[in-house]
Write a protein that binds this ligand. Structure first.
Ligand code: SAH
Length: 337
């Protein structure tokens, strides 16, 4: 597809055209992954963060959040509960919490690896130096999720304080890929000041990085951030970006995100119908779920993990797909070091 064609899809509101786009994306996904939808168990282990991303509810500048941190024992209990339910992938996500040194994270990864030798261990803990990423990898981490958020430098600067740069974030992603991680990047749709051209740049950047997974979700305002008064991204535009990503990176994994499920009760089902093939139910203890509030009205904060699992399996069946509790490795080849 040419840039002109991509921009046309990004901006069109023609239902027939977008319907066509979604079914093409669905066909490409089926060609590579069949009807399987893979599960990842998400463990949100800390909401402390030293960063100050203007869109995010757990930014350091938000004095109203009650902060929490899970102990290693709590994390291992979440993993064990997930394992009992059949999860083969754990995603450890958190703010950039200065309490955790490289050594700490290494110990957590090692402890999980010892108990679960065959599970995929995914980290989503932001920017570290290359040596730390290498240490986590040696300790047993296989995958790393870190969205680039927006691939346009000027736009990035409007979403973050000056000390957080797009260059640093991109460098981390290339380092992770070179080390041999299965890498997930991605971006928010409809974040403040975003232009169609920025979304085109997101697609270009993804083609350059060629990640194993791409997380795409709508921006949703959080009341205690500088972006409280900005409107959320739309379902339609998010679905179009998912479908275009599926067409440009046919073998990548695409999650149907919680954010999409938050702005539309059928958002995740619609994502599956537009090329998505992964879901990430929450395994965090119910007591802290409500505290990991990146945005307002986040769904699934009240249920136990087992309820979330059943609910997701039902949703997947309801739109003709098949829940798959395997590791769900990406078909995108790893960069060989
Ligand atoms: N500290 C980690 C994890 C960030 S939270 C890191 O730096 O990667 C995971 C993702 O939530 C972010 O990458 C961002 O894209 C998304 N997010 C944060 N605030 C959001 C909001 N207000 N609306 C929608 N998505 C948001």
């Amino acid at each position: 597809m040419t840039d002109t064609e991509l921009l046309r899809f990004i901006t069109t509101e023609d239902k027939e055209e977008t319907g066509e786009l979604f079914s093409r994306a669905r066909a490409v996904r089926e060609q590579h992954y069949g009807k399987a939808v893979y599960f990842r168990g998400l463990i949100e282990f800390t909401n402390y963060c030293k960063n100050d991303c203007y869109y995010c509810g757990i930014r350091c500048g938000n004095m109203k959040v009650r902060r929490y941190r899970l102990s290693l024992e709590q994390i291992l209990r979440c993993c064990a509960a997930g394992d009992m339910m059949g999860f083969k992938t754990f995603v450890l996500q958190g703010g950039e919490d200065p309490y955790y040194t490289e050594e700490h994270i290494r110990e957590i990864v090692q402890a999980i690896r010892r108990k679960f030798p065959y599970h995929a261990i995914t980290l989503s803990i932001g920017e570290w130096k290359r040596e730390s990423y290498e240490a986590f990898f040696r300790a047993g981490a296989n995958r790393y999720l870190m969205r680039h958020e927006t691939a346009d430098g000027e736009h990035y600067a409007r979403l973050h304080p000056t000390w957080q740069t797009l260059e640093a974030r991109k460098q981390c992603l290339f380092d992770l890929r070179d080390i041999g991680y299965q890498v997930g990047s991605g971006f928010m749709v409809g974040s403040p000041f975003q232009k169609p051209q920025d979304l085109l740049e997101d697609l270009h950047f993804l083609q350059q990085l060629n990640p194993q997974m791409v997380g795409i979700g709508p921006f949703i305002p959080h009341a205690d951030t500088p972006f409280a008064a900005y409107p959320a991204g739309t379902v339609e535009l998010t679905l179009k970006m998912l479908a275009l990503t599926r067409l440009l990176l046919p073998k990548t994994l695409l999650p149907a995100t919680t954010a999409l499920g938050t702005i539309d009760p059928k958002g995740r089902e619609k994502a599956l119908m537009a090329g998505a093939n992964v879901v990430m139910p929450n395994l965090s203890p119910v007591g802290v779920r409500g505290l990991y509030t990146l945005y307002n009205n986040k769904i699934c904060t009240g249920e136990e993990a087992a309820e979330c699992l059943l609910c997701m399996q039902g949703r997947i069946h309801s739109c003709g797909f098949v829940p798959d509790m395997g590791r769900g490795d990406s078909l995108v080849a790893l960069k060989t070091p």
